[in-house]
Design a binder for this molecule. Structure first.
Ligand code: TYD
Ligand code: MG
Length: 455
């Protein structure tokens, strides 16, 4: 008799299962993401009813659902509370992802400290650091109250027992990749361990009413289970971004069942841990080499918040048969597209030039409103003429060279005005709407030809 197959292939991106290995995941079409793992035992998975107390098998009307008043706990950081949608929701499961060394453990240690200082019981569980290492870090970030306890443990069976006994209001699990369940025959960090461990934590969070923060490492290779798969299971997903050389760290809400996504919080890593940056625009534009060609200030919307930052371009004659194009902080294909539009519409000979685009401060942007800033920075670098220092630029650029309008123009202008900018180049439709509103000089443009004229 043929032996029953005991392993199966999982996609590290979407968690889809396939019976045999394939180069491409049939569900999400990602390449090289399938890894082999033991087949999960369906019986061991807790049912929704077990995870979510208060659910019954009987359908109910909306009027019959009783709701307790939601009381959120402050993390002690206004920046983090804002990303979470107004504070920490009790009994929620929150995933904090990011590159190694970006500051996840530090942020959660400080959050745990603040929550404990407000009188809540907190348990900080680390599977990565010893107690003395935690103490070293703790000494850097300040005084801790007795409400917070520390535990070094990687076995989830032990952790479950401790949480059931201690019943803290908040717990930190650092990190999910080090946790394991004894009854799952796979190594810690593998897909099945990570998924099973998260299931247990989900049950504990909902069943005991504990808010659990989970740290997840992101790996480029996808050899260990990436937090991607976890995103479906948790309530909130936060990602830490930032340049390792730079001290600024941005925390971004990617998924939030209790608030808006795409909000950001800005922090600065100092010798004494992370500190909030209340006015990111000021920090992201300071230290700018004013008066040099290829630098321009733009205003992007990060969630509900306008942020000013510097876009830099370097356009230089190439020495290679194929010119080099590099984009840091913006989509590489977008830069190529804008370069092609510039070449076609204004006749700049960019195909003979290397182009480097950089967003200062390590921010990653995906908003189309930065198009115009990239275009103007490229023209400025190409012609070697600096742009005025007190100028802000925003607008989307289309393939025919038209400048398209952007949303939230009023907020962007207000932020620029607050920081003392005197001129703004923006889409004509936006400028006409705001003609009498602001104290800043607005120049509306509707095509690239007009842009090159004003430069
Ligand atoms: P850490 O929180 O350990 O990162 P992660 O958990 O995401 O891997 O942060 C580590 C980095 O932060 C490390 O390079 C040292 C730096 N750091 C400071 O600069 N100041 C501090 O007060 C602390 C605690 C860490
Ligand atoms: Mg860490």
């Amino acid at each position: 008799m043929a032996k029953a197959k005991t392993t199966i292939f999982y996609c590290t991106e979407c968690g889809n299962e396939s019976p045999k290995w394939q180069g491409q995941c049939p569900a999400c079409k990602a390449w090289n993401t399938l890894v082999e793992a033991p087949k999960e035992d369906k019986r061991s998975l807790p049912s929704a009813k077990k995870i979510l107390p208060g659910t019954s098998s009987k359908p109910v009307k909306i009027s019959e659902i009783t709701q307790e008043k939601e009381t959120r706990i402050s993390s002690g950081f206004a920046e983090l509370d804002n990303v979470l949608g107004g504070g920490i929701v009790p009994a929620s499961l929150i995933l904090v992802g990011g590159d190694p060394g970006i500051g996840k453990s530090t942020l959660l240690l400080q959050t745990a400290k603040n929550v404990a200082a407000a009188g809540h019981k907190v348990l900080y569980i680390s599977g990565e650091e010893s107690l003395s290492q935690i103490k070293l870090r703790a000494d850097r970030v300040g005084e801790f109250s007795d409400q917070i306890r520390f535990l070094c443990e990687t076995s989830l069976d032990v952790i479950s027992e401790v949480l059931k006994e201690e019943k803290p209001e908040m717990a930190v699990i650092d990190s999910i990749q080090t946790m394991f369940r004894e009854d799952v025959p796979a190594a810690p960090g593998s897909i099945s361990q990570v998924r099973e461990s998260t299931h247990v934590l989900l049950g504990l969070a909902k069943g005991l009413g504990i808010t659990i923060f989970i740290v997840g490492h992101v790996t480029k290779e996808g050899t260990v289970a990436g937090p991607r798969m976890l995103e479906h299971m948790v309530d909130t997903v936060l990602y830490f971004e930032g340049d390792h050389q730079d001290t600024y760290r941005v925390i971004r809400g990617v998924k939030n069942r209790f608030g808006a996504t795409d909000e950001i919080g800005v922090f600065e890593m100092r010798g004494s841990g992370l500190h909030e940056v209340k006015n990111p625009s000021e920090h992201l534009t300071e230290g700018r080499a004013a008066g040099s060609p290829g630098s321009v200030i733009t205003c992007v919307m990060e969630g509900t918040r306008p942020v000013l930052l510097e876009v830099q371009a370097l356009v230089a004659r190439t020495h290679y048969p194929n010119p080099r194009r590099t984009a840091v902080g913006v989509d590489f294909n977008r830069v190529n597209l804008l370069a092609a539009v510039l070449e076609k519409r204004l006749g700049l000979r960019l195909s003979e030039c290397d182009i480097y685009i950089n967003i200062a401060g390590g921010m990653r942007l995906s908003e189309p409103s930065i198009d115009l800033a990239i275009i103007m920075a490229m023209i400025s670098s190409y012609t070697d003429k600096p742009l005025p220092e007190r100028l802000v630029v925003f607008g989307e650029v289309g393939l025919t060279g038209e400048i398209r309008s952007v949303t939230q123009d009023r907020k962007r202008i207000a932020e620029a005005e607050k920081l003392g900018y005197e001129m703004c180049v923006m889409p004509k439709t936006n400028a006409e709407k705001l003609k009498n509103v602001s104290g800043i000089r607005l120049t509306g443009v509707s095509s690239l030809a007009e842009v090159s004229k004003i430069i």
